[in-house]
Design a protein around this ligand. Structure first.
Ligand code: NAD
Length: 352
């Protein structure tokens, strides 16, 4: 049976193999005469493209565009190069761009598609666990700018997200773990029951059914607050500090997004026990589960000032101070919590 969720922005998130869903039929039905582009990075070119093209004959003539793998590709410079390439190929406004990759490709491809000729249709085929549980859902697209994560972007909804877990077979274990962190975050903001379910599954054993439950959490939040005026900020749990950690290492020694988020979840849980309502028992539970999978971050105590400076650039801030989403309990998150620097520093020094 094909599992699917109707998402905000009038598209379906489908949990199925490409064959069972019959992507070829979908493309013939909606895009029979449209030019087709497939955006990949070096790794999805190598590991995922053949499977896609052999399963979908109507993509045999598609223009395949390859960009370097990794976060350093998610920039305005790459976006500009991609727009030039689309113009060079004579891509018109009724084209469809298929973004085959992880969160870097769905964020970048969605952004490029949103602005090219005021918007061409996009289909996301997430190939990492992180993109399946999070990045491909909810319409946020964008690029990093001047070394800061996601500073330039636009909400733009795809026409379809198809999560085919067969892609995960070639994904390195470190990347599976990276996606598992966003799944944990969805459990933490949603309910004790979902947190227990995710933590009793290993990162590798998240099946189609659980994947759907996790995606539902994000989708329900997005349905209520699509443009992140309020409630959607809950999805940033772990990300105020997580993005600062990721940004700190971005240029010299990038770390997977999910590792930064996992450690961010622990630091922010520590703030929540120090200045908020989270019990010390639940903090310990969160920390020990994360340390079990991600270990402890190395040497962050020597970068406190830099980390605080990165946090000051966080998109959620509105001039009043550093804005967090903080847990009151597992399954209960409070948004718009302004935390004084001294409490952030204290957590950075003592959480692990
Ligand atoms: N838009 C959103 O709502 C949202 C939410 C969360 C994260 N994000 C963004 O997502 C990005 C992180 O996504 P990611 O972790 O998927 O990173 P990624 O796209 O860089 O993929 C991680 C690595 O896995 C490789 N890869 C991808 N699929 C593969 C496969 N099937 N087999 C082998 N290798 C494969 C990639 O080439 C890359 O090297 C960040 O830029 C983050 O900011 C966006």
């Amino acid at each position: 049976m094909i599992e699917k969720i109707a998402a905000y922005g009038q598209y379906d998130v489908v949990f199925s193999s490409i064959d069972d869903f019959d992507l070829d039929f979908f493309l013939q039905k909606y895009y029979s005469s449209a030019q087709k582009i497939v955006l990949v990075d070096e790794n999805t070119y190598k590991y995922c493209l053949d499977y896609l093209i052999t399963s979908v004959p109507s993509l045999a003539q598609a223009e395949v565009i390859v960009v370097p793998a990794g976060e350093s590709t998610k920039t305005m410079e790459t976006a500009i190069q991609l727009w030039s390439t689309l113009l060079e190929y004579g891509i018109s406004r009724n084209a469809v761009c298929i973004n085959l990759g992880g969160g870097v490709i769905t964020d970048l491809g969605g952004f490029v598609g949103a602005l090219y000729k005021r918007g061409i249709d996009c289909i996301h085929l997430p190939t990492t666990l992180l993109a399946m549980v999070d990045a491909s859902i909810g319409g946020k697209t964008g690029v990093d700018f001047e070394g800061v994560k996601n500073q330039i972007g636009v909400f733009y909804f795809p026409k379809l997200v198809l999560c085919d877990t067969a892609f995960l077979a070639t994904l390195p274990e470190e990347q599976i773990l990276s996606g598992y962190a966003e799944a944990l975050k969805h459990g933490l903001i949603n309910s004790r029951e979902l947190w227990n379910k995710i933590t009793t599954n290993s990162p590798k054993s998240i099946n189609k059914q659980l994947l759907k439950e996790i995606v539902k959490v994000k989708n329900e939040v997005v349905l209520q607050d699509p443009l992140e005026k309020n409630l959607r900020k809950a999805l940033n749990l772990g990300h105020t500090i997580g993005h600062a950690i990721e940004s700190l290492f971005l240029e010299e020694n990038p770390i997977p997004h999910g590792f930064a988020v996992a450690w961010g979840l622990v630091y922010e849980a520590k703030i929540a026990t120090n200045v908020g309502e989270l019990s010390i028992e639940e903090f310990n539970e969160i920390r020990s589960h994360i340390v079990k999978h991600y270990g402890e971050p190395n040497n962050l105590e020597n970068h406190i000032e830099d980390l605080i400076n990165w946090m000051k650039k966080d998109k959620k801030n509105d001039g009043e101070g550093i804005n967090f989403s903080l847990l009151a309990a597992i399954g209960d998150v409070k948004i718009n919590q302004i935390v004084a620097e001294e409490h952030i520093i204290e957590a950075l020094l003592s959480a692990f």
